[in-house]
Write a protein of this length. Structure first.
Lengths: 646, 346
């Protein structure tokens, strides 16, 4: 206590002195040519120069550089080890199991990727020589008619090895694909790889990916497709997706170039698929990236060392991911300078007032808009949102700007679509945007037959028997019990009350909202028993939403309540546009399709987009080339290029 | 006594069986499964994907069938594998990784609180209603009422950021050190056979470990200190009124000896019982304190298990906790009888 009192007193005294001290006049700096003189290396040369018009003599010194001597130790301020904070520990380091962002951040540097998205969301090669596209000839359609299919060729850079010294080979991709397509392998998501018919190693560094033709897709749906993997194990999945694929052409994925399933055959070839999850590989990952795993200390940290002879030439010797579970402790560690940065897994916009107070010469805080978007699903097949005018009125009654400014300190962006505003397929001028307008909301409700002079609004409904009853415009907004969602829901409730809508709020335990629906009972989204539901979706660089907003994606008793079209929007125009967009690989061709799709989607308002979440990252100002990124690649996509500049 | 122990062990076995069933069924009836949130991070994940993942974990079977399989494995020493916290890793491995850190933190904080609580409790009882008694009582209530998360953050701000005495980031060791305090203790116990990578730096690592331990141990000890000091005080007050205390004084025994030898020894009997009952806490850790200080203990593991719907892990921890509570209750009863000859069990 005594020590702190003394410290505080000294601080106050220093402040007083600083304020009271007279400011010295700003010196005038003038460049003067110094005449030649005898110079002793390492000794300062002092010249006295009178600068006209100033009351003081400006002394110019020049110290000639000493003879070059190889440094015996790193310059002052240089760092070999960078410490980054992360609030969550990966569940596994196996890149093909689990789904945590924490795992992806570590594996970007350790496992390595053939191609990856950079901080501008452009696809760039990392372990591969180039990104295969139709334009550069590395991807092309082969065959005719129902046998037409896409082939893409990838080539690894020379000299890349797995961290156990074995060269990274094209055959590792073949092996990985076969492993992933084994039904006993606990893969999280096969929606991408299902579309692949075969993977072939052309030579040691080159592999070719062959996507399905129309005929192969139909055979897969029928369970009769033969190939180098057992397609019949996934017959039900193929039937759901390609059961009515006739006439649709070859199967493609719009980001086909992101195919990457390389697995070290020399290690995993000795294991059965169901053993891999439990094997040491998931904990002591062997990758081909620019950093290798030195040690994973459970619940403490992950330590990575640069691979000295890696073609990507990583500059920083050691990177430590330190798990700091509490945001306050993480902030304290930044204030004390104990860590050099914080990944996106840690802070959110709630912490921005404190983060913005960090010294600007020490840290830079990036609020990078990402692909996560908070939104409200409206059940378009249930009262009261079965009327598009009511949905539009709700959109007009929502003041998104106020929400963004007041609840999120202006650090996130208003969302008007499922795509963020930096996306190549987004154009605000082509959407139907609903500006906050209480009067317009009321007028829209009136046009829909609602009497909003009453509170809540009322409307007379006549049933099939001819009986007329008055119904109130009341609904329940369901969301999770997360603290920020509760605040957001209450703000929305207050806004909607201004147009005389009766809103009840229901906060469900996190997974309760998304619980599966079995026999009609279960989570409100999957069972479609909700009226309005608020949560976050993650869109991606690919604007495809054919699994979300098409008719057949609506969960129902018929399809066992699978599918994620919770609003239940079923519009033929929208359907056709989304399916067409998903089956094209040309960005030039897809852009107008998705602009039309977003226009149609915003006209119909099955969803009210609220805000695009921001990834919050903190970086030491000495750490160059590290920035927040909007994509799922994560900020470690270019860890090999990071550099510590004293 | 022997019959008593056998009877209690039999009851404990039955009790643990019912507790395990209760734990299993309550957890598995919670809505939602471990993979439900996959869809919010990836809309391409369909219900079929989730069904397939559930089937790999055996979650497609009826609950009672899963319980019987789980119980059978448990009795053979197989605690199942983690679902989501550390995918595929044995629950026993996860627990054994965290246990040393929890035991270290909890035993130091508990030891500290006992060592402080006993003298202040005794003093408070002997000087009842004095200013010292009031101060101790007030501090006890303060310690009991102060939320650990708030106090922990205050300590970080003041001692770590403001004074710079301790690390702010928490954890067990500073980054860059080849090991931590547990490795040093293990190396000492094994006479230098284990952890050769820390050879020559044991003292540095040990001191660094103490610095990391200081704040969480202080937070927890303050919380426990409140309770223990009140127990000691009230027990001591009971004992001070006893006739044998008056007899001892009448015999001319020094007051210090009267208090410590005749009074404290008897007053500690119920306190020992209370301490025995807090032994399970040495293994279960402290969720909030471990989270604030990023201490890699059982409390944090338990919290992660719950938040990530890793019922395999949570079940394992709860069963261990239940086992320890039941056994420690029995040990407390036995110790009571051993310490106090007036107590006899049939």
């Amino acid at each position: 206590m005594k020590k702190s009192l003394v410290l505080v007193s000294l601080l106050v005294l220093a402040l007083v002195v600083a304020c009271a001290a007279p400011t010295a006049p700003a010196p005038v700096v003038q460049t003067v040519v110094v005449p030649a003189t005898v110079v002793v290396p390492g000794a300062p040369v002092v010249q006295t120069v009178i600068v006209a018009g100033t009351p003081q003599v400006q002394v110019v010194t020049a110290t000639p550089p000493p003879p070059t001597v190889a440094p015996t130790k790193a310059p002052v301020g240089m760092k070999d080890t960078i410490v980054l904070a992360m609030s969550q520990e990966p569940d596994t380091l196996n890149p093909f199991i689990g789904s945590m962002m924490a795992r992806s951040l570590v594996n970007r540097a350790v496992y390595g990727d053939c191609v990856v998205q950079d901080n501008k969301a452009a696809w760039v090669p990392v372990l591969c020589e180039s990104v295969p596209t139709v334009d550069n000839g590395q991807a092309k359609f082969v065959g005719d008619g129902v046998d037409k299919h896409l082939e893409a060729t990838f080539k690894y850079k020379a000299g890349i090895k797995w961290h156990d010294g074995t060269p990274l080979k094209a055959s590792d991709q073949v092996f990985g694909w076969k492993m992933y397509m084994n039904a006993k392998f606990p893969a999280t998501d096969r929606s991408f790889i299902y579309k692949v018919y075969d993977v072939q190693a052309v030579d040691a560094q080159t592999f070719k990916v062959i996507w399905m033709s129309e005929s192969q897709a139909l055979q897969a749906a029928a369970g009769t497709l033969k190939g180098n993997v057992d397609f019949s194990a996934f017959k039900d999945d193929y039937k759901d997706t390609y059961g009515d694929w006739k006439g649709q052409g070859p199967v493609v994925d719009p980001i086909f170039w992101s195919f990457d399933y390389a697995m070290p055959e020399q290690i995993l070839g000795k294991l059965k698929p169901e053993e891999i999850e439990k094997s040491d590989f998931s904990k002591k990952i062997v990758g081909a990236g620019p950093y290798k795993l030195r040690e994973w200390q459970p619940a403490q940290q992950i330590i990575l060392d640069a691979v000295a002879d890696h073609p990507l030439k990583p500059k920083i010797k050691t990177i430590i991911f330190r798990f700091i579970t509490d945001a306050s402790a993480e902030l304290a560690a930044l204030q004390k300078g104990e860590i050099d940065g914080a990944t996106q897994i840690g802070f959110d916009t709630d912490s921005s007032p404190e983060l913005d107070k960090l010294p600007k010469d020490a840290y830079r805080v990036d609020y990078t808009p990402g692909y996560q978007w908070e939104h409200i699903d409206l059940n378009t097949t249930a009262f009261p949102f079965d009327d598009v005018k009511v949905r539009q009125a709700l959109a007009y009654a929502t003041d998104k700007k106020a929400i963004v400014d007041q609840l999120y300190y202006g650090k996130v962006k208003v969302a008007n679509s499922w795509l963020p505003d930096f996306h190549w397929a987004y154009d605000a001028s082509k959407l139907t945007i609903y500006p906050f307008d209480v009067q317009k909301a009321k007028d829209t409700l009136k046009a829909a037959g609602w009497d909003c002079t009453k509170n809540p609004c009322q409307k007379a409904f006549t049933d099939a028997a001819g009986k007329t009853t008055n119904k109130n415009l009341e609904f329940t907004l369901q969301t999770t019990d997360r603290k920020d969602r509760q605040a957001l829901a209450q703000v929305l409730q207050a806004q909607w009350k201004k147009v005389n809508m009766g809103v009840n709020l229901q906060f469900l335990y996190g997974r309760g909202l998304f619980a599966t629906c079995t026999g009609g009972a279960g989570g409100p989204l999957n069972c479609r028993t909700f009226q309005a539901g608020m949560y976050t979706w993650l869109s991606g660089d690919d604007p495809d939403q054919s699994t979300l907003y098409t008719c057949k994606s609506t969960p129902s008793e018929k399809n066992g309540y699978s599918g994620q079209n919770y609003p239940g929007i079923c519009d033929k125009t929208l359907d056709d546009l989304l399916v067409k967009g998903a089956n094209s690989i040309s960005q030039a061709e897809r852009k107008p399709i998705y602009l039309d799709a977003q226009k149609r989607w915003t006209d119909l308002v099955p969803v009210i987009p609220l805000k695009a979440n921001a990834n919050v990252t903190v970086w030491s100002t000495h750490l160059k080339n590290a920035t927040g990124v909007p994509t799922q690649s994560g900020e470690t996509w270019n860890m090999y290029a990071w550099e510590w500049v004293p | 006594m022997r019959n008593f122990i056998i009877r209690r062990l039999f009851q404990a076995f039955i009790l643990l069986f019912f507790i395990s069933a209760l734990i299993y069924f309550i957890l598995n009836f919670v809505p939602g499964g471990p993979f439900d949130l996959l869809r919010t991070s990836n809309p391409r994940v369909t219900q079929d994907h989730i069904n397939r993942l559930n089937a790999l974990l055996g979650l497609d079977k009826p609950v009672y069938e899963r319980y019987i399989i789980w119980l059978g494995k448990l009795l053979q020493g197989d605690w199942s594998n983690s679902w989501t916290v550390s995918v595929g890793r044995p629950v026993s491995e996860l627990i054994m990784n965290r246990l040393p850190y929890t035991v270290l933190l909890m035993s130091i904080s508990t030891g500290l609180s006992i060592v402080i609580a006993i003298p202040i409790g005794v003093y408070s009882a002997v000087k009842q209603y004095s200013w010292a008694d009031y101060v101790v009582t007030a501090l006890s209530f303060f310690g009991a009422a102060m939320p650990t998360f708030f106090f922990g953050i205050l300590m970080i701000i003041f001692f770590a950021v403001f004074l710079g005495w301790f690390p702010a980031a928490g954890g067990v060791a500073s980054p860059g050190l080849p090991g931590n305090i547990i490795d040093v203790i293990r190396r000492v116990i094994t006479f230098g056979q284990s952890d050769p990578n820390i050879a020559g730096r044991e003292a540095e690592i040990f001191i660094d470990g103490l610095k990391h331990l200081a704040m969480p141990a202080t937070v927890l000890s303050l919380f426990n200190l409140a309770g223990y000091s009140r127990y000691v005080r009230s027990s001591m007050l009971e004992v001070l009124k006893q006739d044998y205390m008056r007899t001892a004084r009448a015999k001319g025994v020094k007051e210090r000896v009267v208090i410590l030898k005749h009074g404290l020894r008897n007053a500690l009997i119920p306190v020992v019982t209370v301490i025995m009952l807090s032994i399970p806490g040495l293994f279960t850790g402290a969720i909030i304190t471990e989270t604030i200080f990023s201490w890699p203990g059982m409390g944090r593991l338990f919290f992660d298990g719950i938040s990530q719907v890793d019922w395999a892990l949570v079940q394992g921890i709860l069963v261990i906790t239940a086992f320890l509570v039941v056994i420690c209750n029995l040990l407390a009863d036995i110790s009571y009888a051993l310490i106090d000859p007036r107590i006899q069990y049939g």
